[in-house]
Design a protein around this ligand. Structure first.
Ligand code: HEC
Length: 145
């Protein structure tokens, strides 16, 4: 049963990932991945990070990073994917913790196993770029770097 659920979510995830690539034009893709905020960390490039976030993370974490992505909703994920806009929680997490969660998956940081490991897909530089982007959407704003 558990295994079935895992494959179900994986299929949804892959389907969701492919959808935007077919459904929108290259111009529209550039539009949704455009970063207009300001960097708040010394490390990483948030503009690069946003493009990757739109491709790999919004299916679960949502377009606004609030944890309400379509895959998370359909799969009724519990716990929900982390709300990256929740500065109260996120600003207390060290950059290294976020890096580790993205690189090695939720289990590596005692979070849900439904948070996949991206070490096979993303370089360390990509991951630091994502961390830099995630820091820019926190409310209240992140200001520890
Ligand atoms: C299949 C759904 C899914 C995908 C895709 C996904 N996540 Fe997650 N993510 C989760 C879940 C579920 C959690 C765990 C929440 C919890 O345990 O409270 C999580 C947790 C996290 C955390 C840990 C936050 C903390 O509590 O310290 C980070 C950081 C994170 N995700 C970033 C990302 C990034 C960046 C991407 C894209 C590269 C991504 N996630 C893709 C579902 C997903």
């Amino acid at each position: 049963m558990k295994r079935y659920l895992f494959y179900f979510i994986l299929a949804l995830y892959l389907f969701g990932f492919a959808m935007p690539l077919y459904a929108i034009s290259a111009d529209e893709f550039l539009e949704v991945t455009k970063f207009s905020g300001k960097a708040v960390t010394k490390k990483g490039d948030p503009a690069e990070g946003k493009a990757i976030y739109v491709m790999f993370c919004v299916n679960c974490h949502g377009e606004k990073g609030d944890g309400n992505g379509p895959v998370a909703k359909v799969a009724k994920m519990d716990p929900k994917p982390r709300n990256h806009a929740d500065g109260k929680y996120m600003n207390e997490r060290k950059g290294e913790d976020l890096f580790k969660a993205i690189k090695l998956g939720g289990k590596a940081v005692d979070k849900s196993v439904y948070m996949p490991a991206f070490s096979m897909v993303l370089s360390d530089e990509d991951i630091w770029n994502i961390v830099a982007f995630v820091r820019t959407i926190a409310i209240p704003p992140y200001s520890k770097d």
